[in-house]
Ligand binder design. Structure first.
Ligand SMILES: Cc1cc2nc3c(=O)[nH]c(=O)nc-3n(C[C@H](O)[C@H](O)[C@H](O)COP(=O)(O)OP(=O)(O)OC[C@H]3O[C@@H](n4cnc5c(N)ncnc54)[C@H](O)[C@@H]3O)c2cc1C
Length: 354
């Protein structure tokens, strides 16, 4: 018997795949309504869209198609990167995954799971299990109870407001101390945009500053807040697995978690019940991407003037063809370009090893 705690995408997808393989799975979700409250911007790559489309009709929850991104430096230098992506409605997406899971696994909602020793309870009722999947998000009870190391977290603060984007089909990513110690973003919808900051310190002040800078209009239509794990942590201990945000399975350079948790859920189902093999299989595919993702993130905190120089150097760089879900694919060309500016290359190198 497998007990999955949490019916976010990590819990639903892994439970679905394991139940399809014939395992007896119970998935418990603390909220009555799966997918609520929403804590996501819903931006996924085409690769991620296609991967989930193997299981659900993702096209039903698409809010907007995206054609690319502008990366914007502290002084406003822009890099344009073309590439298809989608904004999905997470409420619908999570519910579709959960409904699919309910066809093959046992589900309970309004069921907050607690632990005493090695036993799990909902209220006073004990839930028997042999394997436990902690898919209970960034503040995971499973991880804390079973003594897993916890990652540091970033705060994400996002609002929906009226905003005139630079291009109606492009997201905008802003870098530099003024906006964030990570980054700030806008994601266009039809007449509004999702505008957010992800940072460690002062999210509210930074969001206010960012909204002022963008000259957004009117009142805030929706507020969305949450936490993003900064690092992948150990995710297997005896018969307990952490999956998704509870394990820090997010792209270190964006905080996006939907693709990495899918890779993990598929690998867990493929290797189950050999959890060691699952861990090795996941790390074999993703370890380099986590490493490179973290290096990219380090560069965000370079001094503003150096960031500007970096943007100028890569202004005409052709980013198309780079798989944003696998940042290690960036490795092939970028370092060569850096050699054109040795002093900047030195600054970058210093940052990477710091
Ligand atoms: C503001 C914001 C914007 C984001 N934007 C993007 C984006 O654009 N693209 C992207 O890919 N990612 C994005 N992310 C990250 C993405 O939302 C997460 O990576 C993803 O939701 C992780 O899924 P999960 O299933 O691991 O956890 P969650 O979605 O957090 O699900 C965990 C579930 O566990 C339940 N739970 C918790 N404790 C218990 C308990 N004790 N008992 C029972 N149930 C429990 C919770 O109710 C919840 O339903 C964003 C995150 C934030 C905060």
């Amino acid at each position: 018997m497998i007990l999955t705690v949490g019916a976010g995408p990590a819990g639903s997808l892994s439970s679905f795949l394991l139940a399809k393989k014939g395992y007896n799975v119970l998935i418990a979700e603390e909220h009555q309504l799966v997918g609520f409250p929403v804590q996501c911007a819903g931006l996924i790559s085409k690769n991620c869209y296609e991967s989930y489309s193997r299981y659900i009709k993702v096209s039903r929850c698409v809010e907007k198609k995206i054609k690319g991104a502008f990366f914007i430096s502290p002084s406003g230098h822009r890099i344009e990167a073309k590439g298809d992506a989608f904004v999905i409605e997470r409420k619908i997406f999570d519910r579709m995954l959960f409904e699919k899971t309910a066809e093959v696994a046992e589900t309970i909602v309004k069921a907050k799971v607690r632990f005493k020793g090695k036993k799990a309870f909902i209220n006073e009722k004990e839930l028997k299990f042999i394997y436990l999947i902690g898919a209970d998000g960034v503040h995971s009870t499973v991880a804390r109870h079973f003594g897993f190391k916890r990652p540091e977290i970033y705060t994400a603060l996002q609002v929906e407001v009226k905003y005139e984007p630079l291009d109606e089909e492009f997201v905008e990513l802003y870098f530099g101390r003024n906006f964030s110690d990570f980054f700030a973003y806008t994601i266009p919808l039809d007449s509004t945009a999702k505008v957010g900051v992800i940072c460690k310190k002062d999210p509210l002040a930074r969001l206010e500053n960012f909204l002022k800078h963008l000259k957004t209009k009117g009142s805030i239509l929706e507020l969305n807040t949450g936490a993003i794990p900064s690092d992948l942590v150990n995710f297997v201990k005896e018969k307990v697995v952490l999956l998704g945000d509870s394990a820090g399975m997010v792209k270190p350079y964006t905080g996006g978690g939907l693709y990495y948790l899918l890779v993990a859920a598929e690998k867990l189902a493929k290797n189950f019940p050999n959890l060691r093999a699952f861990k090795i299989d996941f790390l074999k595919e993703m370890f380099l991407d986590f490493k490179i993702g973290k290096i990219i993130r380090k560069l965000y905190s370079m001094p503003d003037d150096k960031l500007d120089e970096l943007f100028i150097l890569f202004k005409d760089y052709n980013f198309s063809g780079i798989n944003m879900d696998h940042p290690s694919s960036i490795l092939k060309k970028i370092p060569l370009r850096l050699l054109k500016k040795p002093s900047l290359a030195f600054q970058v190198f210093k940052k990477i090893i710091s």
